[in-house]
Design a protein around this ligand. Structure first.
Ligand code: HAM
Length: 432
C-alpha cells in the first residue's frame, strides 16, 4: 500500500513500521471477511470472547514458551506506571484461556467453544503478509480430547475460507505427539547436530538446546543440510498419538476435507501436542500460511487450571484479504445511495430530505455550501452516488421530484410520497 505521509510543514508522520491503516474501501473487505467468520462460527455453536490488548508478560512466557521466537524476541513489552511488566498480546490463545479460567467458564462435562477477533503484536521483519500489528480471527474448543474436536476445528477453518470464496487451499497436517515422545525426539535432533552445533553462535546454541524442534522449520540451509536423514517426528509417535492421528485422518476424509501430511509442521509456539495443522494458499507468496493451529492439552494446567484438553486455530485476517485480492475479488469503491442536490433557497428542504433518506436506511450526502448544480453533480459523481435527487423550488411547489440515475444518465419524475420507496427498491446493494 503506498504511504502518503501527512506533511504539516514541520514534521512528517507515518504509521509505525509494520502497521497498516485500513482505508474505507479496504475496510469493506475486512467487514465481509469478519462477517463470514462470525456467521460460520456462530453456526457451529461458538460464542465470542474479547480480551484486553495487553496482559501480564508472564502469561505469554508460561504459555507460548520462552524458546519460541514470539516470546523470546518479538514481544512488545513495557512496564506501566505501577511497575507491572506487561506485553501487548502476541497471540490470542493464552488470553482466551486466562479469561476462561478467571471467569470459570468451564461447565462439568461440557465443551466450551469460543471465537475471537484480535490484533496481535509481534516485532517481526515486516514484509507483505507479515506485520508488527496483525489481526487474527481464532477459535478455541476447550474440554474435549476427541479427534472429532480436532476435525471440527480444522473444518471450521476450511468452511470459513470457503465462505469468503477462497479456493485452492492446502491443509497441512501433522502430529508432534506427547511430551515424552517429543523429549526423546529432541534428543535425536541434538545428537544429529552434535558436531555442527558447537561451531554456532552461543545464542543459537542455547536456543537450539532449549527447544531443538525449532530447528526443523528453520530456513537456514546449513541446518537443513545437517538434518538430512533425520527420521520425522511422526515416525517417533507413541501408539496413542498415532491412533489419534489416524482417527483425525478418517474423520477428515468423512468430512470431505482433503489434506496433506507434512512432517515439517511443528508450529512456532510451545503449547502444542499431537495434532497440528496449517492452511496455506499459493496466492500468498512467502508468507503462505493463512492459518495455523492444533491441540494444546497441557496449556490450561500450565496456567493454573485443571487438566483440560483443548484445540484451536488462529487465522491471519490480512493474509485472508491478500489471498482474496489475489483470487480476483475487487476492492469495493466507497459509494453513496443518494446525493441530494439543493439550492440556497431550498436549504432547509434539502437538509430535511437528507435526514429522511438516512432515517429510511439509504446513505445520503449533500453539498453544505449548495453551490451551482454543475458543481453538485460533479460532487455526486466523485461520491459515486447511485442517484441524485433535485430539491429545487419547482419540485417543492409541484411535489414531483426529479431523480437522476447516474449510471444510466436517466431521469425520472417521482411524486413526493413515492420517492423513498422508489429509491429503496432500486438501490443496487444490500445495506452494509
Ligand atoms: P500462529 O501460527 O502464530 O498461531 O498465527 C496464526 C496465523 O496468524 C498465521 O497463520 C498467520 O496467518 C497470522 N499471523 C501470525 N503472525 C503474523 C504477522 N506477523 N503478520 C501477519 N499475520 C500473522 C497462533 O497465533 C495461535 N494462537 C493459533 C492457535 C489458536 N492455536 C490454537 N489456538
Amino acid at each position: 500500500m503506498p504511504r502518503l505521509g501527512v506533511n504539516w510543514g514541520f514534521m512528517k508522520f507515518q504509521a509505525p513500521r509494520g502497521t497498516n491503516d485500513v482505508l474505507p474501501s479496504e475496510a469493506m473487505q475486512w467487514r465481509q471477511i469478519e462477517r463470514a467468520f462470525e456467521h460460520v462460527m456462530g453456526g457451529m455453536g461458538y460464542g465470542e470472547i474479547r480480551t484486553p490488548m495487553f496482559e501480564e508478560i508472564e502469561l505469554f512466557r508460561r504459555s507460548s514458551g520462552e524458546t519460541s521466537e514470539v516470546v523470546s524476541k518479538q514481544m512488545y513489552d513495557f512496564h506501566d506506571k505501577g511497575d507491572r511488566h506487561l506485553a501487548l498480546k502476541p497471540e490470542g490463545t493464552a488470553p482466551a484461556i486466562r479469561a476462561y479460567l478467571e471467569h470459570s467458564l468451564a461447565q462439568p462435562g461440557q465443551i466450551t467453544r469460543l471465537w475471537y477477533f484480535t490484533p496481535i503484536f509481534r516485532y517481526e521483519r515486516p514484509q507483505k503478509g507479515r506485520y508488527r500489528q496483525a489481526h487474527q480471527a481464532g477459535i478455541e474448543l476447550i474440554g474435549s480430547s476427541s479427534p472429532a474436536a480436532d476435525v471440527e476445528v480444522i473444518e471450521a477453518a476450511v468452511r470459513f475460507y470457503e465462505a469468503i470464496g477462497l479456493k485452492d487451499l492446502t491443509v497441512l497436517l501433522n502430529s508432534i505427539g506427547r511430551a515424552e515422545a517429543r523429549i526423546k525426539y529432541c534428543q535425536l535432533i541434538l545428537d544429529k547436530l552434535s558436531s555442527w552445533l558447537p561451531g554456532q553462535p552461543l545464542e543459537s546454541q542455547q536456543r537450539a538446546e532449549k527447544n531443538p524442534l525449532r530447528l526443523l522449520d528453520s530456513k537456514d540451509p546449513s541446518i537443513q543440510a545437517e538434518l538430512v536423514g533425520l527420521p520425522s517426528i511422526f515416525e517417533s509417535l507413541e501408539p496413542e498419538s498415532l491412533a489419534h492421528y489416524r482417527k483425525v485422518e478418517r474423520l477428515l476424509e468423512r468430512a470431505g476435507i482433503s489434506y496433506v501430511q507434512d512432517p515439517t509442521i511443528v508450529r512456532g509456539l510451545d503449547y502444542y501436542n499431537d495434532t497440528v495443522f496449517e492452511i496455506q494458499s499459493s496466492a500468498l507468496g512467502a508468507q503462505s500460511s493463512l492459518c495455523g493451529g492444533g491441540r494444546y492439552d497441557g496449556l490450561i494446567q500450565q496456567l493454573g487450571g485443571p487438566t483440560t484438553p483443548a484445540v484451536g486455530f488462529g487465522a491471519g485476517l490480512e493474509r485472508a484479504r491478500i489471498a482474496r485480492e489475489a483470487a480476483g475479488f475487487p476492492l469495493e469503491e466507497l459509494s453513496v445511495d443518494v446525493f441530494v442536490a439543493g439550492e440556497p433557497l431550498t436549504e432547509s428542504e434539502t437538509e430535511a430530505w437528507v435526514r429522511l433518506l438516512r432515517q429510511s436506511g439509504l446513505s445520503a450526502t449533500y453539498d453544505f455550501d449548495l453551490r451551482d448544480l454543475k458543481r453538485q453533480l460533479k460532487m455526486a459523481d466523485r461520491a459515486r452516488a447511485t442517484f441524485v435527487i433535485l430539491v429545487g423550488p419547482e419540485e417543492i411547489s409541484t411535489g414531483v421530484f426529479k431523480i437522476k440515475t447516474m449510471a444510466e444518465s436517466r431521469q425520472d419524475e417521482i411524486p413526493r410520497e413515492q420517492v423513498v420507496s422508489w429509491l429503496q427498491s432500486r438501490r443496487p446493494r444490500a445495506e452494509t
